[in-house]
Structure formats: structure tokens, C-alpha cells
Ligand binder design. Structure first.
Ligand SMILES: *Cc1c(COP(=O)(O)O)cnc(C)c1O
Length: 362
């Protein structure tokens, strides 16, 4: 049975993207590959708002997130934590044998710039990790405000995860002074999983050069050296790079400003519709994500039953809450290729399914 994903990743992949993947293989050291690699750089740099290269990594985002830690942390990293992915990133740093401090906020609360300043001012840190859009609880922090604080500390390398917000709104790497910008394929970009993108500043590369145990697979200096020849350090997932090229063409055809406006409009449409049923937002007001909505299940409905109906009768699924929020929240994605029409149809299905969903005994 086929059904459409409205969970916040992986998300639905278009037929066009799937077709783009079904092309003959080319050698990753061939001139054809170099042409492919070089052809997509300008489009990627435009989306990252950077003059720096955008490396292509064959892994999910967490590979690059671990790689950034290994390349850049010598003294101690400050992990800003306001959701499941941020919590995990802190754990990843510790598992890499690095010294890492947890700057915790309640799930659904944004990263507080003043708290970041207080911590960084101790002088204990040489890196900070920030998740722009905490997908687990639908909370989008004010990245400009956090980066303004980070820039006050020239010894601190900033590493920012934009996995679920990339290309849905402008995130201006160079202007904000982000040193390492990381994203993945299966969320905001609407590609299949397996590829991640990393853009690294010159000062971050200079830091990496001073760190001996960077490993190989994620060595940023290897990425840079290969980039200069239009290649990746090891054999990349070529079908996904074909898909990425196709997606960049789609984005150019739509126009980046139109793409941003579409995400804002569809996000608001879902939010208004579901709030009108009596649900509340989970994240703090003013910090809701633009690519998904995370609603509190304050009406105490049986989310498992709701999703069962959605899947069997409407051929779609939403998300019934991440980790410790399972059953307590639900999330609906508007990432990727959704349109006014597909969102209207989703909301119609939601209404019909909601009408037959039982409440849980309280
Ligand atoms: C999904 C997600 C990740 C992890 O991505 P993987 O592809 O599973 O490695 C990291 N950060 C955020 C914000 C995410 O939404």
C-alpha cells in the first residue's frame, strides 16, 4: 500500500526527483562527475548564502554533525539543547571523546541568546552547536540573535544544523557568521535520505588544520582538497547527486523568494486550521517552525487511531509525537514540494479522520 508522508522527515519525494535518480552511473573520478559536481555548486552556494564551497557528504546529517565535532573541538563545545536532535548531538560529542557542556532549555523553548552569552563568556569554549529548527518539537530558534552573540567570541567556532529549515527561509551563512552550516537531504529538500551538505568557513578550516585526530571520512581538509578538483573524498551517492541537481533546477524555476513565501503560507494554513479545532501549539509562541507544526494534544485524542484512519482511508500519515512527546503532541510537515492544493487536501482528510477519532480516557 502506498501512502504519502506528512511526517517531518523523511518526506514525500516527487516523481521527477525519483526519475532523476534513475540515470546511468558515472565514475566519481570522471570528467562527467566533475562537471556534475561543479554544475551544482553555484545553486548550493546561493541557497546557503555563502561564498564558501558546499561539500557533499554521503551520509545522513548526523555523519556531518559528528564530523564537525571531530574537526573543530579542541577545548570544549557548548551544546545548545532544546529538543531531541540537540540532545543527541551533545551525546555524539561526548562519544567522540570531546569535552561538551549541555546548555539546556525545555523542549519547545528556543535557545536563549543571553544564556549563550553567559556560558561563552566563561572562556571555556572553542565551539558551539546550535540547531536552528528543532524538528522534534517544532521549535525554531532566533538564529540571527544567537549568532550575534556567538560572533562576540572570536575563538568560538559556530556549527549550525539547518536540516529541517534549509531552503524554506533565508539562512544567510556568511552574513550571520556561521562557520559550519550543515543540512541533510530527506527533510526540507524533499530528496531521499543519504546525503548531507556541509559548508565550512576559512577560519573553521584553519582550526581543523590544528586538530590531529580528524579521522578520514569526515576530514574537512580532505573535503576541501577534493572540492578543488570537483570531487568528493570517497565514492559519493551519485543517484542522490543527480536528484540534488534536479531539485536545484526546480528551486530556480520556482524562484527562491516564492519558495520561502510558499512555505510560510502553507505552514500558516495548517496552523490556523488545526488551532481552530481547539488544539494548541506546543512550542513557545513566536518560535513555531516554518516547515512543520507541532501541536499539543490538549484535546487528548487517540493519535494512534487518528493516524491509522489517515493511513487506511486517506493514504497519508502524520507524526504522533517524537520520543518523550509521543501521544502528547503531533506534527504535520509542510516541507518540500507541498502546494496549496496538497495542503488543502491533507486538511480535508485530517477533518474527516479527526471526526471519527476517539478521545482517550483521562
Ligand atoms: C532529522 C534531523 C537530524 C538528523 O538527521 P539524520 O538524517 O537522521 O542524520 C538532525 N537535525 C535535525 C534538526 C533533524 O531534523
Amino acid at each position: 500500500m502506498s501512502y504519502k508522508l506528512f511526517i517531518p522527515g523523511p518526506i514525500a519525494v516527487s516523481e521527477k526527483t525519483l526519475r532523476a535518480m534513475s540515470q546511468p552511473m558515472i565514475g566519481h573520478r570522471s570528467t562527467d562527475f566533475v562537471a556534475l559536481y561543479n554544475a551544482i555548486q553555484p545553486g548550493l552556494q546561493a541557497l546557503v548564502y555563502t561564498q564558501d564551497p558546499v561539500y557533499i557528504s554521503t551520509s545522513s546529517a548526523f555523519g556531518s554533525m559528528e564530523g564537525a565535532i571531530r574537526n573543530l573541538v579542541k577545548k570544549k563545545v557548548l551544546s545548545c539543547m532544546n529538543g531531541a536532535f540537540a540532545d543527541k548531538w551533545n551525546d555524539v560529542a561526548l562519544r567522540c571523546g570531546k569535552s561538551a557542556a549541555a546548555l539546556k532549555f525545555e523542549w519547545g523553548q528556543p535557545v536563549d541568546p543571553a544564556a549563550v552569552r553567559r556560558e561563552l563568556a566563561t572562556g571555556a569554549y572553542d565551539a558551539i552547536t546550535i540547531i536552528h529548527n528543532e524538528t522534534s518539537c517544532g521549535c525554531m530558534s532566533d538564529l540571527a540573535a544567537v549568532m550575534q552573540v556567538a560572533r562576540e567570541f572570536p575563538d568560538v567556532i559556530s556549527i549550525v544544523d539547518t536540516v529541517s529549515s534549509f531552503s524554506a527561509l533565508p539562512i544567510k551563512k556568511d552574513e550571520l557568521g556561521i562557520d559550519v552550516f550543515i543540512t541533510g537531504s530527506q527533510k526540507a529538500l524533499a530528496l531521499p535520505p543519504g546525503l548531507s551538505l556541509i559548508s565550512v568557513s576559512k577560519r573553521a578550516l584553519a582550526r581543523a588544520a590544528t586538530i590531529p585526530d580528524r579521522g578520514y571520512y569526515y576530514d574537512f581538509l580532505e573535503f576541501q582538497k577534493n572540492h578543488e578538483n570537483g570531487m568528493t573524498p570517497s565514492t559519493p551517492v551519485i543517484p542522490l547527486i543527480y536528484a540534488l541537481k534536479s531539485k536545484l533546477e526546480d528551486i530556480a524555476a520556482e524562484g527562491i523568494d516564492n519558495r520561502h513565501a510558499r512555505h510560510a503560507r502553507l505552514n500558516q494554513a495548517v496552523r490556523d486550521h488545526v488551532l481552530a479545532k481547539g488544539f494548541k501549539m506546543f512550542p513557545r509562541e513566536g518560535y513555531g517552525s516554518v516547515t512543520l507544526n507541532c501541536f499539543a494534544n490538549n484535546l487528548n485524542i487517540d493519535l494512534a487511531a487518528l493516524n491509522k484512519i489517515l493511513k487506511s482511508k486517506h493514504q497519508l500519515v502524520i507524526d504522533g509525537g517524537y520520543g518523550k512527546l509521543k501521544g502528547k503532541t503531533f506534527r504535520i510537515s509542510n516541507m518540500g514540494d507541498e502546494t496549496d492544493g496538497t495542503i488543502a487536501s491533507l486538511l480535508k482528510s485530517f477533518d474527516a479522520a479527526f471526526a471519527e477519532t476517539p478521545k482517550l480516557a483521562s
